[in-house]
Design a protein around this ligand. Structure first.
Ligand code: 13P
Ligand code: SF4
Length: 348
């Protein structure tokens, strides 16, 4: 058993030895102990772009969750290897949509609608789901670009299936002016659309998926904070339910939340609704702002938190020995299909 200090020293040493052959990417929700080792810290979109832009690193350690490492593998060259420091760092939301369920939903949509339905998947989805979407003229979105891309889809088409996060889908479509009456929820486990009235009026079919982290922020918490603190600015992530977004002053991806806080004058009072690892880091990084979580006792993402110093060190040691035990790979056929949807997202 090594102490934290010894692990930190060894990680820095190995990072130096690898030099430009190694790239460490970390999502904003990672633990504080991981962040200093990252060459780049970002939200899902930034990290995907960073992986795609780097052609020199032979080894990319992705401190994030499984779907992010899969995406990075698809966006890098065949000789670049992507590793996830803990194989159990999945995303419960991504796991809420599997290919079989999607094929069943698709059958229903194809028999219900004469015009094509466009599948739009949040990047928080498995490579198999992305591949299906890529093969059906669909596109991938992240929380940073969902609005722009959904608008682009609606310029040409009249109906979408949005998966797996119903909240990002609902919040984004509502922001684009689509009324809630024109959205309905698809229940994958029951293979059923929860809709009243004429199905032909629907524009957005929302998959019944959600993020357990962002479910912990509520309208009541926001109301209580507003009653205690005057001039409070509330910002939340679009994975929060629509009532929570509507009770807030603004919403956006992790990057947008950081940018808004950073751009606000010192002394601004903020209440933030996203993973508390990030909120606590913002509290430390902006000591002259008055920042709090909407729910300080909310648990932060369990799988993001799986990655600890020991996993990072172990991964580096494995790579050094030529082992690929931590490598994440996507098979070629899945990759080719998924890339169609990813490239539609990344296209200007
Ligand atoms: P962003 O990184 O796009 O803000 O998404 C948050 C998230 O839930 C990552 O899993
Ligand atoms: Fe998945 Fe939610 Fe964790 Fe993001 S925060 S990785 S959506 S479970």
């Amino acid at each position: 058993h090594l102490s934290d200090g010894e692990m930190i020293r060894k990680i820095y040493e190995k990072k130096r030895q690898f030099g430009d052959d190694l790239l460490i990417l970390a999502h904003h929700y990672q633990k504080n102990e991981i962040i200093p080792f990252a060459d780049y810290v970002g939200d899902s979109l930034q990290l995907a772009k960073e992986a795609a832009a780097n052609e020199s690193a032979k080894h990319i350690i992705f401190c994030g969750v499984h779907f992010m490492a899969e995406t990075a593998d698809m966006l890098t060259t065949a000789d670049q290897k992507v590793y996830l420091p803990d194989a159990l760092a999945g995303c419960s939301m991504a796991d809420m949509a599997n290919l079989e369920q999607l094929e069943q939903a698709w059958q229903f949509l194809e028999t219900t609608y004469a015009e094509p339905v466009i599948p739009v998947t949040y990047i928080n989805s498995t490579a198999a789901v992305k591949a299906f979407v890529g093969n059906h003229d669909g596109v991938i979105v992240t929380s940073s670009n969902a609005e722009t891309i959904l608008k682009r889809v609606f310029d040409k088409h009249q109906r979408v299936l949005f998966l797996p996060d119903q909240h990002l889908g609902r919040n984004t479509a509502y922001q684009l002016g689509i009324p809630l009456e024109q959205m309905a929820v698809w229940h994958p486990k029951q293979n059923r659309l929860e809709a009243e009235g004429d199905l032909q009026n629907l524009k957005v079919i929302l998959w019944q998926g959600r993020c357990c982290v962002h479910q912990q922020y509520t309208v009541e918490q926001i109301k209580t904070l507003r009653s205690q603190i005057s001039n409070l600015k509330v910002i939340v992530h679009p994975e929060c339910p629509i009532e929570v977004v509507q009770a807030s002053d603004s919403y956006g991806s992790t990057k947008k939340i950081i940018d808004e806080v950073a751009a606000s004058p010192e002394g601004t009072k903020w209440a933030i609704g996203t993973d508390n690892n990030l909120v606590n880091r913002l509290i430390q990084s902006f000591p002259n702002h008055d920042i709090r979580s909407i729910n300080a006792s909310a648990f932060s993402c369990i799988t993001m938190n799986r990655i600890r110093l020991a996993h990072l060190l172990w991964t580096l040691e494995e790579i050094e020995q030529g082992s690929t035990i931590q490598q994440i790979t996507v098979d070629e056929a899945t990759q080719i299909s998924s890339l169609k949807a990813l490239e539609r997202m990344l296209a200007k």
